[in-house]
Ligand binder design. Structure first.
Ligand SMILES: Cc1ncc(COP(=O)(O)O)c(C=O)c1O
Length: 417
């Protein structure tokens, strides 16, 4: 008999992410077993983008791979926090796109994507017995990441969806939401408050006044405020002023950033943390044990691309273009829901998703809908109990095939009277 695995891993294996379970259910062999043709399945399940990376970015990889000395260099380690050149370019990227002031390489820790960085950040900021405040709903991976990186942490959630009216409370009831935040904060004294902007699965953006309440409360209490900016470059309306907050002005605020979504670099793993130098130094210590250094080729290509694309304006043009196609895909999704389903849904402010009310427990609805219509959506409960009767619909993978969005939503009408 094999020796036992760690008790932490055993407990996590017995409570797998519900979203992963759904994605497993949609694997080819399971689809065939359901009697469906996998080629006819339309999936709104994947949380990924499908636009092309910038052509100049691809060229940067070609330049490096085509030069024996540069290619040799790309096989070496960089510093644990990342190559200085790339850290400088990332600081310029944030200044150019979002006006983040006084940002320098001392505020940037590069890692292998925001998943690894978030895990290592939790390791850096919180202790067993601490409380972390998350939104409800929010990105489903945080709970597991906290369980692994900081076992023994208590999670408290601020509801941001009113299940009765299917509205986003920070917009429809800003005072009530701020009051509830203050009440939860004062009662539970979290060491860390974390929200996504825009968030997954709602694609809503915490408005500036609520972010300021969070900023002040965390600062006054000596707590951390972290913002997950995985979808920062996907904004369909003017973004709030905190997109330009700098750790030079707010040393207790931390930004978590990813190359996955804006540059379609999901598998070219690269992300970064923006934080006060003391936090960056602490992450260096953690990363010495988790990754040793981020991917060198990805950093060389990024630095090379940004050096040309920031001053020429092609970076801004690329981001504007990508925004445009996701905004269109979001609108196609909403129009299809309104025309074919007439269900309550949220209007995305950015990102790749909307959430829609299905009027009953979505854990049961989703497999039934897949079987009956060949359409996959993700049940809401994994993101938070406030949307247990809702599903996440991702239009990201279908951004270049919006007719399929309409067809998939129309098919759902068979199971949504
Ligand atoms: C809110 C949020 N944060 C982080 C990630 C993971 O990003 P990365 O590819 O940088 O690890 C995702 C991916 O779906 C996400 O939705």
């Amino acid at each position: 008999m094999a020796p036992p695995l760690s008790s932490l891993v055993r407990s996590q294996l017995s409570s797998p992410s519900p979203i992963r379970q759904i994605m497993k259910m949609a694997e080819r062999k399971n689809i065939v077993a359901m009697g469906l043709n996998p080629d006819e399945v339309i999936s709104f399940g994947g949380g990924w983008v499908n636009h092309d990376a910038p052509e100049e970015f691809r060229q940067a990889y070609l330049d490096i791979a085509g030069d024996p000395a540069l290619f040799h260099k790309s096989g070496g380690y960089t510093a644990t926090l990342g190559d200085l050149d790339c850290r400088e370019q990332i600081a310029l990227f944030e200044a150019a796109l979002f006006g983040v002031p006084r940002l320098g390489p001392e505020h940037i820790a590069i890692g292998m994507g925001s998943t690894q960085l978030t895990h290592d950040l939790f390791r850096t900021l919180v202790d067993p017995g601490d409380t972390v405040l998350l939104l409800d709903p929010t990105y489903a991976n945080y709970e597991g990441q906290l369980a692994f990186a900081a076992p023994g942490v208590t999670i408290v959630r601020l509801p941001v969806i009113d299940a009765a009216t299917w509205s986003y409370l920070p917009d429809t009831d800003p005072e009530g939401t701020a009051r509830e935040f203050r009440r939860l904060f004062d009662t539970h004294k979290p060491r860390l408050v974390l929200f996504g902007a825009p968030d997954n699965p709602t694609s809503q953006v915490v408005p500036q006044p609520l972010a300021e309440v969070m900023l002040e409360r965390t600062r006054d209490a000596g707590a951390w405020l972290a913002i997950d900016f995985a979808y920062k470059c996907q904004y369909f309306a003017p973004y709030p002023a905190y997109y330009g907050w700098s750790p030079a002005d707010h040393p207790h605020v931390i930004g978590i950033h990813s190359n996955s979504k804006w540059a379609r670099g999901l598998g070219r793993r690269l992300g970064w943390i923006e934080a006060a130098p003391g936090v960056v130094d602490a992450i260096e210590r953690v990363q010495q044990c988790s990754i040793l250094c981020p991917d060198t080729l990805a950093q060389m290509a990024m630095a090379r691309y940004l050096k040309g694309a920031i001053p020429s304006g092609s970076l801004q043009r690329y981001v504007d273009f990508a925004n445009g196609i996701y905004k269109t895909a979001a609108q196609v999704t909403l129009d299809a829901i309104d025309t074919h389903l007439g269900r309550r849904r949220l209007v995305p402010r950015g990102g790749l998703y909307t959430v829609m009310d299905v009027g009953r427990d979505a854990e049961a609805f989703v497999p039934e809908a897949l079987k009956a219509t060949g359409v996959l959506v993700v049940p809401g409960r994994g993101f938070g109990s406030s949307i247990a009767n809702g599903v996440r619909i991702s239009f990201g993978p279908l951004v270049n095939d919006t007719a399929k969005i309409t067809e998939g939503i129309a098919r759902l009408a068979q199971v949504l009277p």
